[in-house]
Design a protein around this ligand. Structure first.
Ligand code: FAD
Length: 316
């Protein structure tokens, strides 16, 4: 068996999940090869060797100066045609899944995303669905198996291998650079939604972009940040960067104050790692209320300012 691991990086900064993919690959076969895309990744070879890559295939081309899903997908497709691996593994990150989907389409092969376990004897694969709330088993039958591994399903493990560097020649049409990263903007300074110790979340019931002012005031008083549900981002009241959930950010604060959020499964999977949850909702039967540690049944427009006022009264 030849296992090829597609290494994810951002202008030469290795995605930690790539080392997890190498660890997953080593469980399939002791001989693992890695594929790095773009000259900015050349310097990664020693680290990949230190995590089990016997061979590191490096690809250089003008269109690979920065990340672009079409060009990266085409590189993987050409690598499969030349190297004929039995399995190609990548991280189950947004980029990993995007690149492998591109490669699968170009190769007309099936691809299985977000695996946690592979039984290579039968090619029975366990994968994560619905943001982690469901494990599904499937079988994969294909000449070359394209698989991405869910983040955190394996631990990165040091495992010294030769790391022989080989140049892989590919032909890439300039039209493959239709989608390419051109700019990186720092999202937030200081505390982010993913790392905040306290999050005040607002849902559809907040009613408008301006309606978030009392939630901002409460979050500021408690040293937290504001998050929201997808109903809010769909309405354009807040940016997607504030969205909690399956298609947003997964949060793990000490306290999540969920205001006027029903607690739909897609929201819950992003909030369930919160250590304590306080739900403020008019519906005592709302999912968020039934799952919360504490609940206030009432109108958020009254309850949220009342909490802030009480904090001010007590603390000055
Ligand atoms: C593929 C897919 C991915 C998705 N990803 C996400 C995701 O990442 N994040 C996400 O959030 N959603 C996501 N969704 C959408 C999700 O299914 C829900 O539609 C959404 O979370 C509902 O948002 P909400 O709770 O704000 O609104 P609603 O479901 O409308 O709930 C509003 C809540 O406010 C309460 N309420 C009403 N008035 C008041 C008041 N005055 N005071 C207090 N409470 C009040 C109601 O009782 C209700 O519980 C996704 C959906 C799909 C299909």
């Amino acid at each position: 068996m030849t296992v090829l691991v597609v290494i994810e990086h951002d202008r030469g900064t290795l995605a930690p999940a790539s080392l997890e993919a190498l660890a997953a690959a080593l469980r399939l076969d002791p001989h693992v090869e890695a594929l790095t895309i773009g000259a900015t990744a050349d310097a990664l070879a020693p680290e990949l060797a230190a995590h089990g890559a016997a061979v590191v295939h490096q690809v250089h081309a003008a269109v690979l100066s920065d990340y672009g899903p079409e060009a990266w997908g085409e590189v993987v497709a050409q690598a499969v045609r030349v190297l004929r691996p039995t399995v190609v593994l990548a991280c189950g990150t947004d980029r990993g899944n995007e690149v492998m989907a591109q490669a699968a389409a170009r190769l007309d092969l099936p691809m299985v995303a977000n695996c946690v376990e592979i039984d290579a004897a039968t090619w029975t694969i366990t994968r994560v669905r619905w943001g982690g709330s469901l494990l599904e088993q499937c079988t994969l039958s294909a000449a070359t198996k394209l698989v991405t591994f869910a983040h955190h399903s394996h631990e990165a493990t040091p495992s010294v291998a030769a790391g022989a560097v080989v140049s892989l020649v590919v032909e890439l049409d300039p039209s493959l650079s239709r989608t390419v990263v051109t700019e990186r903007v720092e999202r937030t300074a200081g505390v982010t939604l993913a790392t905040a110790p306290l999050v005040v979340g607002g849902g559809r019931a907040v009613g408008s972009a301006e309606g978030f002012a009392p939630l901002e005031a409460l979050a500021a008083r408690l040293g937290g940040v504001v998050g929201c549900s997808r109903a809010v981002t769909n309405n354009g009241w807040r940016n997607h960067t504030d969205q909690v959930g399956q298609t947003g950010t997964r949060i793990a604060p000490d306290l999540y104050i969920a205001c006027g959020i029903s607690g739909a499964i897609q929201h819950w999977v992003g909030a369930m790692a919160s250590k304590q949850i306080l739900a403020i909702n008019t519906d005592p039967e709302a999912n968020m209320v039934t799952k919360a540690d504490y609940a206030v049944i009432g109108d958020l427009h009254t309850v949220v300012p009342a909490i802030t006022a009480e904090i001010i009264r007590r603390n000055g």
